[in-house]
Write a protein that binds this ligand. Sequence first.
Ligand code: G6P
Length: 610
Amino acid sequence: MCGIVGYIGKQDCVPILYDGLARLEYRGYDSAGIAISDHGQVHVVKAEGKLVQLKPKLSQLPPGASRGIGHTRWATHGVPNTVNAHPHIHANVALVHNGIIENYLPLKQQLQAEGVVFASETDTEVVLQLFVRELARLQHPFKAVLAMIPQLRGAFSLGIILGEEPDAIYAVKQGSPLVIGAGKGEYFFASDAMALVSHTSRAHFLSDGEIARITANSLEIWNFAGQRVEPDFVELDISSSSTEKQGFKHYMLKEVHEQPRVMASMLKRLVDIEKATFNDQELGLNTLDLGRIDSICMVACGTAYYSALLGKYLIEPAVQLPVNVELASEFRYRKPWISKNTLFIAVSQSGETADTLATVKQAKQAGCQIMAVCNVKMSSIAREAHVTLHMDAGPEIGVASTKAFTAMLLAHHLFGLAFGVRKGLVSPAQARLACDLMRELPARMDHALDGKVAIEALADKYYEANNFIFMGRGTSYAVALEGALKLKEISYIHAEGYAGGELKHGPIALIDRHMPVVAIAPLGPYHEKMLSNIEEVKARQGQIIGVGSVDDAQLRRLSRDFIACPSSEDPGLQAILSVVPLQLLAYYIAVKRGTDVDQPRNLAKSVTVE
Ligand code: G6P
């Protein structure tokens, strides 16, 4: 989604802003721009497409300016083109925006009636024109910001520079995230801490309803009521090397390969495998009032939602409480009945997904205990929740989520087990067995990655397919959903995931000799049932790609192609292992099709608008 960067200090701001935008590229965008202020004059360059399109235009900016703002735009109102790209500029003011102004139309009509002529189709230009109007009236930039804000409805994080006020820059946060980094005699700000880490590790996360006036040597913050707020600086713990590709062709491939290490470090932090005990503090259990919880509601979007679907299979039997799983975008508007005794678990890699964040606020208002399962420590959802189970999987840059998915699964699994232990429902012997199986997880995952050569060869065979079906049962059902999502996200092949038992209720009509069907059929309680479902597909000439245990002769016999995957007796750990070959299959098919694997078309990493 849209990304904002800003700089004020003594250095030439253009390379800093460009580098910041490059670090936000992963969020997804379709045009970009930079505005600077030089000798009382604001200048702007913008380009449709990727940052490489913007780069040659940078030389049009006067050199040496030490204050500016930049933006990557993910189109909402108006097509992606240069005119609609930010920064928008008028009357020597430049403005960038992340969010959506819900009442932009009446505001635009009102401004047009007053004679304002709009250059773009964006909601953002309305904000700029409102600001310029208030500035003309009040002759004071801060007062103009304060006067403009109550007129806006929706989400609006802003960066503003004015030619007339050469030593300051304004940042406003409402909805979409904004973080300010402090250097020596300079400040940076961005939608995402990732854009700051090569410059500073000292940062203040603006809260909703805050305005910052930033100069090279000072940071002043007010709330929307005009009262001063003291900045609260924290140390960022992202290293700039963790945001590099480290020799891999794509971030996605790097992140797929990081999974064994992520699993190992999560286990180290959250479990004592030798003693078969859990770190209740880090798992959130010490903070929650466990006795009050009579049900659990897990809410998320995208891959995080599929992790939650799988989480239900793991947590419900361990804690013997009903676990309801919902899409955040549906939950927030369907007038859900929320009991205060429900434990509300918001699952989000970024911790910024607008719909998920909205449900957290809703559930908080209903009096629920809120737990976040997040990968970004200071994210909005983590800060809003009563307690956060941090995944600590490290920055995930590839738009298609991989290591965050498996980290979420492990987090749900450990939470369920530890809560079950606290309720006396998971016995010491069961905890012991679970821990013994977990000990094997990182090595088995490494082994799953060894299958990549065979999977790459398989991709050669299937990359021209127009459709794919993925099927699984039990915890493999959510794996099938996630496998299909990975494929469609990065290869643009139409793919659907189904529960094996559902196939005959419709999807089987799609099966013919052209349809590849990825059947996730690990050994275990669902194995026989899956084999029957596979037979049904095979009888209709579907091309079975079996994913299962290396010594599963039956599955091999039924499969046209076979992907051997390491096994685990634990269905949660099995799901973590089974998804790895599907990530690799999607990756290699996408590479063969020549798509932009890390930044697939139309997608955004962090969906900060609803
Ligand atoms: C976007 C991303 C997905 C992600 C979803 C939820 O759609 O492209 O990869 O699963 O948002 O994101 P979250 O950060 O809340 O997990």
